[in-house]
Ligand binder design. Structure first.
Ligand SMILES: Cc1cc2nc3c(=O)[nH]c(=O)nc-3n(C[C@H](O)[C@H](O)[C@H](O)COP(=O)(O)O)c2cc1C
Length: 346
């Protein structure tokens, strides 16, 4: 298979394998956090204001459709649906990695459908770390994007049979941040982030991160399945969960945080927002719904998440995200131990 068609084939495999390994995590680390019920909200459901800020970008709701796909005819159809869903829900949509479209003009239309179907909404471009400033600019221009996501995915690349083996990324990330005039979001893809990584990113000028924590789509598992011998299965539990990553990120308050990874429903999102996230993203759950149901049902699921979040915020007596952040969360012994060992105040 030629290099480019191998690349497109990998995109199809990722879609199929994400669904194969999808499991609606009956238990998740989000369940190790609890809000404290109070009986007197002293406000109305109509008082809740869900809007949030991502630097210069105003989002009507603090939820987004995270980076997934593009590059093959099948994934182009998925992107067309994701673009329409973003337009129908007011949520931003991030493109899957555009690196294939930077090499192959034929792949471009499988990404630009995101913008065509969401002409007035927010669209985020996406490339892997290791690309140049010029390539980053092309990815943004391709989608007339409102922000750029740069994914850092060393764990995925190392398990991927044909993946990269050299990871000198930090300087180039700093150059892209300095050169672009849209927000640049550095994101993980399901292995989470530690305070040290976040501090390194802040040190080269990064202001926005997507924690991309463990607990949902698992690229160690997906890429290991693509290895003939499947010998790296012991890495399936690698990384920090999204909840752990949120505690880590509180130590680097200069960063604006998107929380993605294993978000199942609005209660998980409310907990992530209470821990300091400005936006909560979801990928695998949305893909699963699209595959198992249809676009209309999945769009309705995202609208239900918005009303569900408003319901929880009413119950907590919180009119906006600033008030939600003031709410106490109780931690399980396991999470308490994590925070203690990492020296993170709860
Ligand atoms: C099929 C699939 C493909 C993905 N491709 C990308 C990608 O190209 N770039 C990226 O930054 N993240 C990619 N991701 C990672 C997601 O954006 C997200 O960070 C991760 O799946 C964790 O969120 P989840 O548990 O809600 O799926 C992909 C996820 C899925 C399910």
């Amino acid at each position: 298979m030629a290099e480019l068609s191998r690349h497109a084939h990998r995109k199809d495999e990722h879609l199929s394998l994400a669904e194969k390994f999808y499991h609606p995590t009956a238990t998740s680390q989000f369940d190790q956090l609890r809000f404290v019920h109070q009986g007197l909200p002293e406000m109305a459901y109509a008082d809740v204001d869900l809007h949030t800020q991502l630097g210069p970008l105003t989002l009507p709701v603090p939820l987004m459709i995270e980076a997934m796909t593009g590059g093959s005819p099948r994934t182009g159809k998925v992107n067309a649906m994701l673009g329409r869903m973003a337009a129908a829900t007011g949520m931003p949509v991030a493109s899957g990695s555009q690196s294939i479209a930077l090499k192959d003009a034929q792949a471009v239309s499988t990404f630009t459908v995101l913008r065509e179907n969401n002409p007035d909404g927010l669209v985020f471009a996406n490339i892997g770390a290791g690309h140049s400033v010029a390539q980053a600019r092309s990815a943004v221009n391709m989608l007339a994007a409102d922000a750029l996501e740069i994914h850092i995915n060393a764990a995925q690349e190392l398990v991927m049979p044909e993946g990269d083996r050299d990871f000198h990324w930090l300087d180039e990330i700093g150059e892209i941040v300095a050169a672009l005039d849209v927000p640049v979001i550095v994101k993980e893809v399901g292995f989470g982030m530690a305070r040290e990584t976040l501090t390194q990113l802040a040190g080269v000028g990064v202001q926005y991160v997507d924690l991309g924590g463990r607990g949902g789509t698992n690229f160690a598992q997906i890429e290991n399945f693509r290895r003939p011998e499947k010998e790296l299965d012991y890495l399936a539990g690698w990384g920090q969960s999204t909840v752990e990553s949120l505690f880590e990120a509180r130590q680097v308050p200069a960063l604006t945080v998107i929380a993605t990874g294993g978000v199942r429903q609005p209660l998980d999102a409310a907990k992530a927002l209470a821990l300091g996230a400005s936006v909560v993203g979801s990928a695998g759950q949305i893909l699963h719904s699209l595959i198992k149901t249809d676009e209309a049902t999945t769009t309705q699921m995202l609208l239900d998440w918005q009303t569900g979040l408003k319901t929880i915020m009413t119950l907590l007596g919180t009119r906006n995200l600033a008030a939600l952040r003031e709410k106490q969360l109780l931690l399980s012994p396991e999470l308490t131990a994590y925070c203690q060992q990492r020296g993170l105040p709860k």
